[in-house]
Design a protein around this ligand. Structure first.
Ligand code: 7TS
Length: 404
């Protein structure tokens, strides 16, 4: 375990009042807060080495390039990728999914299947639907049970040699379910399908080992992992990245351009057209170093403790309905109060300084499966406390009184 007061002191934003009340930030699944080292690293970059990368002979350009490539190596080590050129900088998870779904056009034909799960965020549904529309393939969906767990027997039944790629999240954003991705990857590989893991909600809570998982692709967003907005990572196995076509054309992704024909640069540059989010890429490395300094084992243990406490305390409220009660869960609690619209609760608790997300959480199919318009979602990070959960419970009770 770690010193929670020291951790909280790393996050300047937490030390303020919102609507006259101490801020309780429970919208971490939407975006995480940033520690001072990350905020400082942004200023440091622009104050000392700002230059375009991979193209200047001048010193600043080389320093910026070195910092960018050092960050790529930080990420490579963090996720245990075999090669640093398997680590692509993106603008976030959505970008990574679109890059792969677009590239898969040439590997998919009418009659094939693309598989997603009932628990996906819209960004891990829509690009695959678009792929189906382009190719005539059909979308298959791994269903879930009433606890919000994927039904593996159905997955086993659905998958076939016609399934070209299985795209699932590691952790669900709407319910917090941790999915059995190792099982899914191994079973999909046995029938010849590639696997894309949407790690947007996992990367803030755990250290993915892409080689141990044997994932073909693994994507996450910098802004959910204490890093800058607009930064992200797409890991792809070398053999897949070699096979996939470039996603965007432009500067820095070419070997040679003539009007007759262009040849492309090697990995990772083939997928990094144009001037990237240089500071974002560099500072994402700072964020990952920070999280590793705190320690993912400590983070997981602490957050599980918050989850248990939150479940227990929220269930003491009359009319409480927890949505998503999977056996394996990350620190996300989605809930509703009987007879009250989630939006009304969210609005009232905000007046009491508490930030939660309400609505469908960009996972409308999940809400449809539970026949609800949305939920109130409290998503905890390692810098949250039990006292903050107490404040949430008190605020929800107060909102309930005002609304009933
Ligand atoms: N996949 C999952 C599982 C997500 O939770 C999100 C964002 C995305 C993909 C997209 O990430 P982006 O960084 O490219 O936008 N999820 C949420 C959320 O739960 N609340 O706000 C954003």
């Amino acid at each position: 375990m770690f010193d929670i007061n020291a951790i909280r002191a790393d996050f300047p934003i937490l030390n303020q009042k919102v609507n006259g009340k101490p801020l309780v930030y429970f919208d971490n699944a939407a975006t995480s807060q940033k520690p001072q080292v990350v905020i400082d690293a942004i200023t440091q970059y622009y104050s000392t080495i700002n230059a375009n990368i991979h193209r200047g002979v001048h010193t600043l350009s080389q320093l910026a390039t070195d910092a960018y490539e050092a960050s790529r190596q930080t990420v490579q080590q963090h996720i245990n990728a075999k090669h640093s050129h398997e680590v692509l900088f993106t603008s976030g998870t959505t970008h990574g999914i679109n890059l792969v779904a677009s590239g898969f056009t040439q590997f998919v034909k009418a009659g094939d299947y693309i598989m997603v799960s009932a628990l996906e965020h819209h960004s891990n549904i829509v690009p695959w639907q678009m792929l189906c529309e382009r190719t005539g393939a059909t979308l298959q969906v791994i269903p879930m049970n009433e606890k919000g767990e994927l039904i593996m027997e159905e997955f086993d039944r659905l998958i076939s040699e016609k399934t070209k790629i299985v795209a699932v999240n590691h952790i669900s954003n709407a319910l917090g379910t941790i999915n059995p991705i190792k099982y899914i990857i191994d079973r999909a590989h046995a029938s010849g399908a590639a696997v894309f893991i949407d790690g947007a909600q996992a990367a803030p809570h755990l250290k993915p080992d892409v080689q141990a998982l044997d994932a073909d692709f693994y994507a996450f967003s910098g802004h959910k992992t204490c890093g800058p907005t607009g930064s992200g990572i797409l890991y792809g196995k070398e053999e897949w990245l070699e096979k996939l076509p470039p996603y965007q054309g432009g500067g820095e992704m070419i070997k040679e351009v003539t009007f007759e024909k262009t040849t492309y640069a090697g990995l990772p540059h083939k997928f990094e057209a144009g001037t990237p989010h240089i500071e974002g890429g560099i500072v994402l490395g700072t964020a990952i170093d920070y999280l590793n300094g705190v320690g993912f084992d400590a983070i997981a243990a602490y957050e599980q403790n918050l989850l248990e406490y939150g479940n227990q305390k929220l269930l003491e409220i009359d009319g409480m309905e927890l949505i998503g009660t999977a056996a394996e869960k990350a620190s996300v609690i989605s809930f509703n109060l009987k007879g009250i619209h989630p939006y009304d609760v969210g609005t009232l608790v905000d007046k009491m300084g508490i930030a939660v997300r309400t609505g469908h959480h960009c996972a409308q199919p999940v809400m449809n499966a539970f026949c609800i318009p949305g939920t109130i979602r409290a998503s905890f990070a390692f810098y949250n406390t039990k006292e903050e959960i107490d404040a949430l419970v008190a605020a929800v009770k107060k909102a309930q009184m005002m609304l009933s």
